[in-house]
Design a protein around this ligand. Structure first.
Ligand SMILES: Nc1ncnc2c1ncn2[C@@H]1O[C@H](COP(=O)(O)OP(=O)(O)OP(=O)(O)O)[C@@H](O)[C@H]1O
Ligand SMILES: [Mg+2]
Length: 446
């Protein structure tokens, strides 16, 4: 799923690979001739109906598909839907003689990026193709980086002196920035600190990691030193870099400056995942906060994860991005159970009409929502950050939102990953059994 097509765009000059799908041979030929005048276009295939179009698109991975709507044996709308679902980085341009609003809307809902009336005006066709190609550039690059990362398995070295702990790696990720990853990761780490359980929090956001800011921790010794000594990293050295928060939480901070993190990300994208694999067996849980970018460093972490806690906010861009990434994980053979979907900043459906409910979100993402953390007054979270402590440690009342929901999520993961081992609740009122949404029991999961 590199999406780079077969037109060899890596040769320095960009060539836009195009698949033409139209049941009328003359129409296909007509467009092909028009496209031949321009050097940056290359028609890599043609298909005479929707079904064939989908098949060809999967095989050729073109950058652009130009798709007629009315065709026998699967029309263009259905075919466009199937193509964009399987390959979100392919730009589909719909074409039809009919151009009423209803048609255009249907085309857009099917995932098309642009609608042209037939026969197309030559200049408009050229500009549209180049524009759609440019719009998809970031997505293509992200998919390329991520899929290369996912396809390059990390070498796991079972070094001498491996520990005897299960080493569950919980990666907290969201494809959309500001979704609450750092908030949830710091609270999960706090919630998973149980008696006899070794828990570690790692800031895996190499560039803009803010675990240190959330927990009011500063150190000269960070992930950077670990990476510099990666080849002969041993537990003693590792633990000398680990900081201890005054709650007892063990933490590895991220690079002190974004530029250093960016360099690591570009030169050794697997580094953090490798460190985790090396020392994992000395801990019960390692919680990793990540950045929302889709790059090889994040891919390596998702690969290394025992569990991905994917956060989604009830906004359309957040849900759409989550779907893209879930599709990508599916395509890379990730078991669906590896991902725990959590809605953060959920709002009460009774009072906020129009905001996607957790039910709607799980239907759209075709995956159970396993945790719902309500949107609370931001002062509650900022207050905890100002004190440098996780929210769940900021108040003794564990029935309050979002403390209750964060504890429920920690306990849910603890149970799932540790099986029979009952967590010893540090906070006596924490329940392990059910989530609730504004006090209502929400058994929306498995
Ligand atoms: N459940 C919630 N209710 C209200 N505000 C929240 C909630 N969760 C997080 N926030 C707020 O949202 C903002 C972003 O949270 P956070 O920094 O944890 O997200 P992030 O995904 O780590 O962001 P970034 O992409 O910057 O790393 C913060 O101001 C935080 O206080
Ligand atoms: Mg963050």
């Amino acid at each position: 799923m590199s999406g780079s097509g077969k037109a060899g765009k890596d040769d320095g000059k960009k060539t836009i690979s195009i698949l033409l799908v139209d049941d009328i041979a003359e129409a296909r030929e007509g467009i092909k001739k028009l496209l031949a005048f321009e050097q940056d276009f290359k028609v890599v295939g043609t298909a005479a109906n929707g079904r064939e179009g989908v098949q060809q698109a999967k095989e050729l991975k073109p950058d652009i598909v130009i798709m007629d709507i009315n065709m026998p044996d699967m029309d263009g709308l259905e075919a466009a839907g199937l193509i964009t679902r399987a390959m979100p980085m392919v730009g589909v341009i719909m074409m039809s003689v009919q151009d009423d609003a209803d048609y255009i809307q249907k085309a857009m809902l099917a995932g098309a990026r642009f609608f042209l009336t037939k026969p197309p005006d030559m200049d408009k066709l050229y500009t549209t193709i180049r524009n759609v190609y440019a719009q998809y550039e970031p997505l293509r690059l992200q998919f390329k980086a991520m899929s290369e990362g996912l396809m390059r398995p990390i070498e796991v070295e079972k070094e001498e002196g491996a520990g005897d702990r299960p080493g569950h790696i919980i990666v907290v990720y969201s494809p959309t920035g500001g979704s609450g990853c750092t908030t949830v990761a710091t609270n999960l780490a706090s919630g998973l600190m149980k008696e006899g359980i070794k828990t570690l929090l790692i800031d895996g956001d190499l560039q803009f990691g803010d675990v240190g800011a959330f927990l009011d921790l500063r150190s000269q010794q960070t992930m950077v030193e670990l990476i510099e000594n990666l080849d002969d990293l041993d537990l003693d050295y590792f633990e000398s870099i680990v900081m201890t928060h005054n709650s007892g939480m063990k933490v590895v901070l991220g690079p002190p400056r974004p530029a250093i993190g960016a360099e690591i990300r570009d030169t050794r994208p697997d580094a953090v995942a490798e460190i985790i694999n090396k020392i994992g067996s000395h801990y019960d849980f390692i919680i990793v906060d990540t950045s929302h970018t889709i790059d090889a460093a994040v891919a390596a972490l998702l690969d290394a994860a025992t569990r991905i806690v994917m956060l989604v906010n009830p906004t359309l861009p957040s849900i759409k991005n989550a779907r893209l990434v879930l599709d990508m994980l599916d395509q890379n053979g990730f078991a669906p159970e590896k991902t725990t979907l959590v809605v953060n900043k959920a709002v009460d459906p009774k009072t906020s009409k129009g905001v996607p409910t957790p039910d709607k979100i799980q239907t759209y993402l075709r995956r159970p929502v396993e945790g719902i953390i309500p949107a609370v007054d931001e002062r509650i979270i900022l207050g905890a950050i100002n004190r440098g402590i996780p929210v769940i440690a900021s108040d003794r009342d564990t029935t309050k939102a979002p403390i209750k929901q964060m504890l429920d999520l920690s306990n849910h993961l603890f149970k799932q990953l540790m099986g029979d081992e009952e967590p010893i609740a540090e906070q006596p009122t924490a329940k392990t059994s059910s989530f609730s949404f504004f006090g209502r029991s929400g058994d929306k999961r498995k």
